[in-house]
Design a protein around this ligand. Structure first.
Ligand SMILES: Cc1cc2nc3c(=O)[nH]c(=O)nc-3n(C[C@H](O)[C@H](O)[C@H](O)COP(=O)(O)OP(=O)(O)OC[C@H]3O[C@@H](n4cnc5c(N)ncnc54)[C@H](O)[C@@H]3O)c2cc1C
Length: 344
């Protein structure tokens, strides 16, 4: 039974339906859009930003909530962790089991590495699972990575790092092919041709979807592949601090079991941070559709280990972001230390 309040709301929607169907909204002018963003978008409210006073980005401005986390004390003290007897010893430690982390783990495994994944919740308990619209790649005859670049660069208010965007648009078709060969059921016509549609800001139809559950379909396939390869997954466990070797390179991570709070040590030759975004930080009280794991952990882990990240650009514009690293991107991962796609 619906509550009275809900019934009133239903009646209001019913009463306005015909008029709303007939309504052709007026396009906003550029100035109206700018004013709207300035009034409501969290990235544009400069008084909600704080200047970092410590760390690699000292002097840069970030949202207040992020500044508090980046500059907080560690949860652990050096004496509370025994690094001499690691609980895990692997070639590649992947932190985070969304699309980026599982893709990286599969590729590392394919290359012969001894890989493990650690993830705060369960494998696939991630934003990737919730993506609906689809994933863009210029793989049709009337399209090209160059046109994709122009669309995405404009969509990102011309603030994207060009070499990263170039990599994204050039490798996107291969990523679609890789996912498709793994078993992702992208929408296709009867003759097997990929269906592509328009996405936000696209001048060509290049959105590849699986109905309205694209991310779930991608995650289903990646999770199956991880399981089929017997890649170990340590779930309900968070990476809470990176371990550095004597040269300052990442050499593992301190992990915390989320249920027992037990601390574990993972030693690794390579650490891949794929912890996703920061929606659940609720900057300025903003609501979010993000999953509960999206709390900027990768930014904090990396920052505390000495990595700097974009600040002004990241927080003053909305950057286009890759959904999944492409097959070939795993090959150019820096040897030791990689920040996730979102933190780039
Ligand atoms: C509702 C919704 C719809 C979307 N629709 C689209 C779309 O149509 N197209 C598109 O391109 N993008 C879309 N996006 C964005 C897209 O889903 C994300 O950009 C992408 O999935 C990010 O992938 P990821 O692997 O980097 O992060 P995630 O998928 O979020 O995975 C991160 C993983 O890291 C884990 N983790 C976090 N911190 C730690 C830690 N300290 N230790 C261990 N593990 C940790 C998390 O639990 C999670 O499993 C959408 C997002 C949402 C929320």
């Amino acid at each position: 039974m619906y509550s009275k309040k809900f019934q009133k709301s239903l009646a209001a929607v019913e009463a306005a339906r015909e008029a709303n169907i007939a309504l052709e909204p007026r396009r906003m002018t550029a100035q109206e859009k700018t004013d709207l963003l300035a009034a409501y978008h969290p990235d544009y409210k400069q008084d909600e930003f704080e200047t970092l006073v410590i760390g690699p980005n000292k002097g840069d401005k970030v949202p207040k909530e992020l500044a508090a986390t980046l500059q907080a004390h560690s949860r652990i003290t050096p004496e509370s962790v025994d690094l001499s007897t690691p609980d895990y010893d692997v070639d590649v430690l992947v932190i985070g089991a969304g699309g980026a982390g599982t893709s990286a783990a599969i590729e590392a495994h394919e290359a012969g590495a001894n890989v493990m994944i650690v993830t705060k919740l369960r494998m696939g308990d991630a934003n990737t699972m919730m993506a609906e619209g689809g994933i863009q790649a210029a793989d049709k005859p009337n399209d090209s990575p160059a046109i994709h670049f122009v669309d995405a660069f404009g969509g990102g208010h011309f603030a994207a790092k060009r070499e990263l965007l170039q990599r994204l648009v050039c490798e996107a078709p291969e990523a679609i092919q890789w996912l498709s060969e793994l078993g992702v059921e992208f929408d296709k016509t009867e003759d097997g041709t990929m269906v592509t549609t328009h996405g936000g800001g696209t001048s060509r139809k290049r959105m590849h979807a699986a109905k309205d559950y694209s991310g779930a379909e991608i995650m289903r396939t990646l999770r199956d592949e991880v399981l089929n390869r017997n890649i170990p997954v340590v779930d309900f466990t968070s990476a809470i601090e990176l371990i550095l070797d004597e040269n300052g390179n990442a050499a593992g991570a301190v992990l915390m079991n989320m249920e027992t709070k037990e601390l574990l040590v993972a030693k690794a030759k390579t650490v891949i941070i794929a912890t996703g975004g920061a929606g659940r930080m609720h900057y300025q009280g903003f609501p979010t559709s993000n999953h509960y794991g999206a709390t900027a952990d990768g930014l904090v882990l990396g920052y505390r280990a000495g990595a700097n990240f974009f600040t002004q650009k990241l927080f003053s514009t909305i950057l286009p972001e890759p959904l999944i690293p492409s097959r070939s991107s795993a090959r150019w991962l820096p040897k030791r230390y990689v920040l996730s796609a979102q933190s780039l």
